[in-house]
Design a protein around this ligand. Structure first.
Ligand code: SF4
Length: 419
């Protein structure tokens, strides 16, 4: 859209790793961005950006941003770098790649990425993957962040990237925010929740911590961390004892009920209370709400799956609307990840068919161990982009030891960090 001959509005999207994926409008004057705001016409963004991003223009202009290739000139860790040209950087990287591929094979290159910009073309999930496919490098196995919960929802729903439509929470009569601090980490979801409340929707937050969201909810239950699966089973136990399972839905749309039902019956409220640390009466009361409130919408947060058994916890919680039949109704169901809603052709973007053969996948959460111990072939180049593994990968001391000492010569010839 053009305002005058010098000023334009450009519609875009927030690239951060956030489920709201806000639509924004940048005002550009004489080629420079001068203002940023949420798109008022976008049904989910509704004109507002969160506090993290509302001042994004200042962030993008920060003198501390890395804008040019910098080559390390001092010892590792000294922080001494000098600017080089793009041509020099690209030539050197290509030359190192060629050398390593000729000597050790392309699998000696490990491109390791996090979740910086989520743009499909320039971001980590985007077309850049084609380069690694063409070269036939090791594949980065994304085992951090949301993955175990993704497997959990995938097992239950058959697809780990879909669920109920978050906007449809406005129709819910019971909203369960399970390990989700929505006000801080998904603020735009709060609006449909407020709309539901206007129509007697009841909001429950399940979280060991009394977050802002928990404090703003109608009810806060604080189970012990890591006990969510037991709580879900205890709640479903109450639904069954109330006779409120949707037998028609279960018969028509689910599999495995004959094995799952007895498993639920092993977890009466008293057993679930012992495991979760919640009063048994709270489990009964929430179970009765679940039994009676149609539709019930559940938002599962990311944090609860970050422990042993976390994937199974998400899998179990995801079973609740299958038992209550909430999938029948707008405002009923569960959602964990929504990235599959728009049916992107990932294969066309990634072109995994360009890979000459199925190369090894390296588990990024075992980065330090792999760099120190893997020999066939050794990792000779670690290509780090949109990621800070020294801070975000488990077993930090091992990662630092690997990257600071053994990882660099003689074991590894090149580490490249791009952010
Ligand atoms: S809520 Fe904030 S971080 Fe999330 S998409 Fe919107 S502007 Fe970006």
């Amino acid at each position: 859209m053009t305002l005058d001959s010098e000023t334009r509005y450009i519609r875009g999207a927030c690239p951060l790793d956030c489920p709201d994926t806000c639509s924004w409008i940048v005002t550009v004057k004489k080629g420079q961005p001068i203002a940023l705001r949420g798109d008022p016409e976008h049904p989910f963004t509704r004109g507002s950006l969160c506090n993290k991003v509302v001042d994004y223009l200042t962030y993008s202009r920060s003198p501390r941003r890395l804008l040019y290739p910098m080559r390390r000139i001092g010892p590792k860790g000294s922080g001494e770098f000098s600017r080089i040209s793009w041509d020099e950087a690209l030539d050197e990287i290509a030359e190192r790649f060629r050398d390593v591929i000729a000597r050790d094979g392309a699998e000696a290159i490990w491109p390791i990425a996090g979740s910086g910009s989520m743009g499909l073309i320039q971001g980590i999930y985007g077309a850049g993957r084609r380069l690694w496919n063409v070269l036939g490098t090791s594949r980065n196995d994304y085992t951090l962040c949301t993955i175990s919960g993704g497997f959990g929802t995938g097992y239950t729903l058959g697809n780990n990237k879909v669920g109920m439509d978050p906007e449809s929470f406005r129709f819910s009569k019971l909203i369960v925010l399970w390990g989700a601090n929505v006000l801080s980490t998904q603020p735009h979801l709060w609006r449909p929740i407020l709309e539901a409340r206007k129509h007697d929707g009841f909001v429950v937050t399940i979280d060991p911590i009394r977050t802002r969201t928990a404090a703003a909810s109608d009810w806060h239950l604080a189970p012990k961390p890591g006990t969510d699966a037991a709580l879900a089973l205890g709640l479903m136990h109450v639904v069954l004892t109330q006779g409120k399972e949707d037998r028609q839905f279960i018969a028509a749309h689910t599999v495995g009920w004959e094995k799952f039902r007895p498993r639920i019956l092993e977890f009466n409220p008293s057993r679930a209370a012992t495991i979760t640390g919640l009063p048994s009466q709270d489990i009964i009361d929430l179970g009765k709400r679940l039994a009676d409130a149609r539709p019930t919408g559940i938002r599962i947060g990311i944090g609860l799956q970050r422990h042993g058994g976390g994937g199974m916890a998400v899998r179990t919680i995801s079973c609740v609307p299958g038992v209550t039949g909430d999938w029948r109704y707008p405002g009923g169901g569960v959602f964990y990840d929504t990235r599959g809603f728009f049916g992107l052709n990932w294969n066309a973007l990634w072109r995994d068919d360009l890979r000459p053969r199925q190369t090894r996948a390296l588990d990024m959460k075992r980065l330090g161990e792999i760099l120190l111990e893997t020999d066939k072939p050794r990792v000779s180049i670690l290509f780090v982009y949109a990621s800070n593994p020294a801070a975000s990968v488990p077993n930090q001391s091992k990662v630092l030891r690997a990257t600071r000492t053994s990882f660099y010569p003689p074991r590894c010839k090149l580490s490249i960090a791009i952010s």
